[in-house]
Each structure stands twice: as C-alpha cells, then as structure tokens.
Design a protein around this ligand. Structure first.
Ligand code: AMP
Ligand code: GLY
Length: 427
C-alpha cells in the first residue's frame, strides 16, 4: 500500500514515523513533509491546499490511502474532492469531508451539534454584526471572565478570554468588525469553565471508534503557563487525572454521542476526532472539537500506541474498525518543543541546527526545519519536538531535557517545566 501523508510539521513526522514501523509493506510519501520525514519516506513538493497537485501526486505514486494531518485541507474539502473524482476511485482518505470538518471549522456549528446531542459544553450564544447590541446584553448577564470565539478557523488565535467587561465589549466590536476576517463574521460568546484541561482522541470509521491515548499540552510560551498562547510547547501522555472513572464519563457522555450524532445526521466521518476537554470537579465538558490529531499531542500519543497504526487506518478505510484492536502502552511519553527565539511573535529563520545526530535517548520530530545548503536549519516558530518514553514522567522528562542539552541553534527556547503541574499527581 502506498500512503500519502499531507502536512509538514511534527504531527506529520510522528504519523509517518509510526507508519514506518508497520509490519505491512507500506511505501510512504509526505506532501510537503520536512527533513525529518525525508529520512523515512519520500517527500513530494506539493502544498496540501493545492488539490490538483495532490491529485497528480496520488496518480503518479499509485497512492491507495491519504492521511490528512492539518485542518485547512479538511475544511477546504480535500476528502470530498478525492472521493468525487472517478480517476481516484478506491483511494481511502483518513480525515472527514467538509461537513464533518465543520466540527472544527465552525464553533457555532460545533456548539449547536453538542446541544442537539446533549453533549456537555459551556452555555453560549452566537452573534453577528447585526446583533451586537444583543451580544452586549448577553455579556452583562455572564460572570467574568468573558470568552469570545471567532466562529471560523483562525489558526488558534480566535479565542479571547477577557476579565474586564468594557475591554470585552471593545474586543467583540473589533471581532465583528472584521479583525479575524470572515472567521469573525459570527462570534460565539460562552460561559467560562474553570477546571483542568486535557484532550482525548479517537479514530472512527463512522460507525464505531477506538480511543487513542489522552494527552495534555502546554499552550503558553512561558513557564508556569504564563505569556502568550502558542501552537503548543510540549505535551504529556497519559494524563494522571484522566482516571478510568473520568475516561468512562468522557466515553459515555461525549465520545459515543459525538460519533452517533454524526452518523444520525448523515455525516460520514472517517478520521480522527480531537476533543478539547475541561475537567470540572470530575465531570468532562467539551471546550472544542478538532477534526484531526493535535500537534504536539501526536508526538506523545502515537508513540504510546503499541499496535500497528496501519491496521487501524485500514479499519477506517474498510469500515471494519470494530474488528481491529488497539493496544496502548502503559509507559509515559513526553515531548518538549524547541522553538525559535521570539516565537510566538516575530522570529528569524535559517539558523543551522546541530546535535540532532547525537540523540539516543529520545526521538526528535521535526516541526519547522529545512535543509539549507546541505545543513539542517530552522524554518519555523516551532522547530523540533523532542519525545521520550519512561516508566514515570520524571524519567521521560529527564531524557528529553538531556537530549535538548545536545542540540543547539541560535536563539533556541523551550519550556523547562513541561509536566510541572502533574508531577506530584503521578500515581
Ligand atoms: P479553543 O481554541 O476553543 O480550544 O480555545 C483556546 C483555549 O481557550 C482553550 O484551550 C482553553 O484554555 C480556553 N477556553 C476556551 N473556551 C473556554 C471556556 N468556555 N472556559 C474556559 N476556558 C476556555
Ligand atoms: N496543540 C493543539 C492543537 O493541535 O490544536
């Protein structure tokens, strides 16, 4: 089977790395990939949003399965595009069509879906430029902080949490006034949920599902969870407070009604679902859905899957996931993201990276790297995700931080406190 993985970050490197361990004879292609994927697969120089380019790559390389990493091509309808093309008949896509990707692509759609199916989530209302006055009245009835969400995809920047009422009103005005472009034509205002966050992941064939390892990511740039939001500075799996009791509530109250809800609405969802959750005194609430795996969460959940990932993907393609087993390792996995100086604000690129070849205790997933004049160099904000396993979180973290000590590039930054809030909760 020839498989094409779409995307270029740490998540796609981790997916490719996991598939490369399959016992099945797979030939792996990544578009566009990165220097990390090029060592275990063939990179194809195509942008995942260039659907005609993807089509040619599928035909040229006799691809039988496409695994979609990021959300943008899903929201743009890559799965529908492939399925509608007779020349691509039989090509399986791991990732939902446009309708299913709305779970991530429209916060208003996701909220209405959850209400229809009785899935626990924060109380909310949706507003447009025409209902600004009503929005202000609605906000007056809420307790601060105020949570404002641009309806559409805004590259993780569309959520504002604001303590001051007047500031919230002026931010709302700017969102509805076009600050996030079309993504802000509608704004969801919701109740603030206080608790501890974590994420659950499933793979589904549209009928049944398999639960993947859960994870917690560290979104803020600064230690102690301070400063600006980033794409994610590190992650750990398992999550100590995700007890069997809590996870059984997640499955009964959230996962099952989501998969059944999609099916009952005629949305043929085949792919990954990422549930961003808040644990409020032991009860799970959905903060957001994503129609894909997380990054850097993939870099800790995939290493913990003991079974063959291809077997699960084939179960999705053949719609017999119910007949496939997933084995999850009890080991802890952690990843620490090495980022460019200045990220998530302005940063420079093109600095040479040294030391990755010396790493033996960890797996280095490439996030934002490029080969420049034959030398591995930085090419993004998030540069490398350094993943390690261990029988405890402390052991795994020790390995990642020792490995990071071997790697250098100008301006490099990373959080020294990944897992800090969980260390004394480990059983
Ligand atoms: P989202 O993009 O929807 O995941 O939101 C980004 C972040 O904002 C989440 O990871 C949470 O930390 C926070 N957040 C979103 N919605 C809420 C809420 N209703 N209550 C508290 N925090 C929230
Ligand atoms: N790390 C968060 C995400 O992938 O959305």
């Amino acid at each position: 089977m020839n498989i094409l993985i779409l995307g270029s970050g740490g998540r796609e490197h981790a997916i490719t790395w996991k598939l490369a361990q399959s016992s099945r004879p797979l030939k792996l292609f990544v578009a566009p990939g990165n220097p990390g994927t090029s060592s275990i697969a063939s990179n194809v120089h195509i942008d995942p949003l260039d659907f005609e380019g993807v089509r040619s790559a599928i035909i040229e390389n006799r691809i039988g399965m496409v695994v979609v990493g990021p959300e943008a091509p899903l929201a743009e309808g890559i799965a529908d595009f492939i399925e509608a093309d007779p020349a691509l008949a039989g090509v399986a896509v791991i990732g939902p069509g446009r309708a299913g990707a709305m779970l991530e692509g429209s916060k208003d759609f996701a909220k209405r879906f959850m209400i229809r199916h009785g899935i626990p989530t924060a109380a909310y209302e949706t507003f447009t430029p025409d209902t600004f006055e009503e929005a202000v009245i609605f906000m007056r009835g809420l307790q601060p902080p105020y949570v404002l969400k641009a309806d559409g995809l805004a590259a993780g920047k569309g959520v504002l949490i604001i303590n001051d009422f007047d500031e919230a009103v002026s931010e709302l005005q700017s969102m509805l006034g076009g600050r996030f472009g079309a993504a802000g034509n509608k704004v969801v205002i919701e109740e603030y949920l206080s608790g501890v966050e974590m994420s659950a992941f499933v793979i589904t064939d549209g009928i049944t599902y398999r639960i993947l390892p859960e994870a917690k990511d560290y979104k803020r740039i600064g230690e102690g969870d301070t400063g600006k939001n980033t794409g994610g500075m590190g992650a750990v799996s398992p999550v100590p407070f995700a007890t069997p009791l809590f996870m059984s509530k997640v499955e009964e109250r959230i996962i099952k009604p989501t998969v059944e809800g999609l099916r009952s609405e005629g949305i043929d969802y085949r792919g990954f679902i990422f549930f961003g959750l808040m644990n409020m005194n032991g009860d799970p609430f959905v903060i957001e859905y994503n129609a894909r795996l997380g990054d850097p969460e993939s870099e800790v959940i995939l290493p913990r899957i003991g079974s063959d990932l291809y077997d699960l993907l084939e179960g999705v393609a053949h719609r017999d996931l119910g007949a496939r087993e997933i084995v999850i390792s009890p080991e802890t996995a952690v990843t620490v993201m090495m980022v460019s100086g200045g990220y998530p604000d302005r940063y420079s690129k093109g600095y040479p990276i040294t030391g990755t070849e010396k790493i033996i205790e960890s797996t280095v997933f490439h996030a934002g790297t490029a080969m420049v004049d034959g030398h591995l160099s930085t090419s993004g904000g998030r540069v490398l995700a350094v993943t390690s396993g261990g029988s405890t979180m402390a052991e795994a973290l020790g390995k990642s931080y020792r490995s990071i000590g071997e790697i250098t590039f100008e301006g490099m930054n990373y959080r020294r406190d990944i897992g800090f809030d969980l260390k004394n909760r480990e059983g």
